[in-house]
Write a protein that binds this ligand. Structure first.
Ligand SMILES: Nc1ncnc2c1ncn2[C@@H]1O[C@H](COP(=O)(O)OP(=O)(O)OP(=O)(O)O)[C@@H](O)[C@H]1O
Ligand SMILES: [Mg+2]
Length: 376
């Protein structure tokens, strides 16, 4: 296997208070982030949140309106794209249609003025990396979508950039191929060790592939963290709702000399470890961390409600319960344990929904959330 040069440790990319305006539109609003060498870093967010804008700033295809961009510690605000140690894979692949696969990979290397033998060696090496050694003489039109994507990857990586930028590279592929290419991209990333900055609006793709994710919304970063942090401790309601499925129960925080409590609308009180300010608040609970059963059967904090829906989904049953604090969706997983008897919920029946205290996250009721809403 080829020996790929490993980059240094430390920051590959630093954006400091970066703003990008298109006329009156503020596409990026004071974004700061740091991406370390070797990361598979994902920009995730809904359409129009500023993902492509961020990538184009990194690639040098757009100038910043204000702020600073550093690549490998060096300020590059005014450096043209071809001088930056980054390369881009576009969603539409952007292959040269009149060149063969090998010529596509070769082109950038020749422009760089690499010696002939080195060019040939690199073309072989990177076509091998993406599993297209036997396709070098074909034209791009004789390849499938997934294969064209691999050529675009080989072409971009052959120049050995410190950072590879990928804008929704799997967006045009069907689901099965998309899953295959996700695994492929993961393998290639591990093999070459290049820093990947990957744009997607697909949360599952981001969760399964990234070392860290920046969740974006309206030109800002809502949260940066590992997939587990983002899913398990969402910073605010937007992140909680965008990543996975979430329940939000209305309530308030009450504080006295003894400490803080979260008080659910409709009754239940739970002690809070952190001293959040008193006032309206929201309790966030994932459907899979809830259990539902007859009234009075709850071993943990609970809320009473009425079952209004039950749907068998295969590996789980989705139960919807209306409570005084809001509607709750409960996923009852079918874990197939022998002897397990779970009485089915009946529509219109009174029920208790309960959870373990550490599964609940308290957020401010307003737009901005609280990170440290943990229970005592
Ligand atoms: N050239 C432009 N002129 C004016 N506004 C623009 C321009 N390019 C992007 N915008 C606006 O900037 C915002 C961010 O756009 P951007 O393309 O970065 O979003 P995105 O997150 O990549 O979305 P998508 O998931 O749809 O690709 C949007 O409101 C968009 O309408
Ligand atoms: Mg985009």
């Amino acid at each position: 296997m080829a020996d790929y040069p490993r980059p240094d440790s430390g920051p590959a990319i630093e954006l400091v208070d970066a703003t990008k305006r298109y006329g009156d539109v503020v596409a990026l609003d004071g974004v700061s982030l740091r991406i370390d060498h070797g990361e598979f870093f994902c920009l995730l967010g809904p359409s129009g949140c500023g993902k492509t804008t961020t990538l184009n700033l990194l690639g040098g295809f757009l100038p910043l309106s204000s702020g600073e961009l550093r690549i490998e510690g060096r300020r590059v605000n005014d450096m043209p794209p071809h001088k930056r140690n980054v390369n881009t894979v576009f969603q539409n692949y952007a292959l040269f249609p009149h060149m063969t696969v090998a010529q596509n990979v070769e082109f950038g290397l020749r422009m760089e003025g690499l010696p002939r033998v080195e060019v040939t060696r690199r073309v072989d090496e990177y076509l091998d990396l993406v599993g297209l050694t036997s396709h070098g003489r074909r034209s791009p039109s004789q390849l499938s979508g997934g294969q064209q994507q691999r050529v675009a990857l080989a072409r971009a990586l052959a120049k050995r950039p410190a950072v590879l930028l990928l804008d929704e590279p799997l967006g045009a592929l069907d689901l099965k191929l998309r899953h295959q290419m996700q695994l492929e991209l993961g393998r290639i990333h591990r093999q070459v060790g290049t820093t990947f900055v990957f744009v997607t609006h697909d949360q599952e793709e981001a969760l399964s592939m990234s070392t860290r994710i920046a969740v974006m919304s309206g030109g800002r970063i809502s949260q940066i963290g590992t997939p587990r942090e983002i899913y398990g401790r969402p910073a605010d309601r937007f992140v909680a709702a965008f990543i996975g499925e979430s329940n939000f129960l209305a309530g308030s925080i009450a504080t006295d000399a003894a400490g803080s409590e979260f008080v659910l609308d409709g009754g239940e009180r739970m002690p809070l470890a952190s001293g959040l300010g008193a006032g309206p608040a929201t309790l966030m609970l994932r459907p899979e961390s809830l259990a539902v059963g007859p009234v009075g059967s709850a071993p943990g904090p609970w809320i009473r409600g009425r079952v209004v829906g039950e749907a068998f989904i295969g590996n789980h049953t989705r139960v919807t319960v209306n409570t005084a604090a809001g509607a709750l969706v409960v996923h009852r997983l079918h874990d197939g344990r022998a002897g397990e008897v779970v009485a089915p919920s009946k529509i219109d029946e009174e029920a208790s929904v309960w959870w373990s205290p550490d599964a609940a996250i308290v957020m401010e009721a307003s737009e901005r959330g609280v990170n440290d809403g943990s229970f005592g």
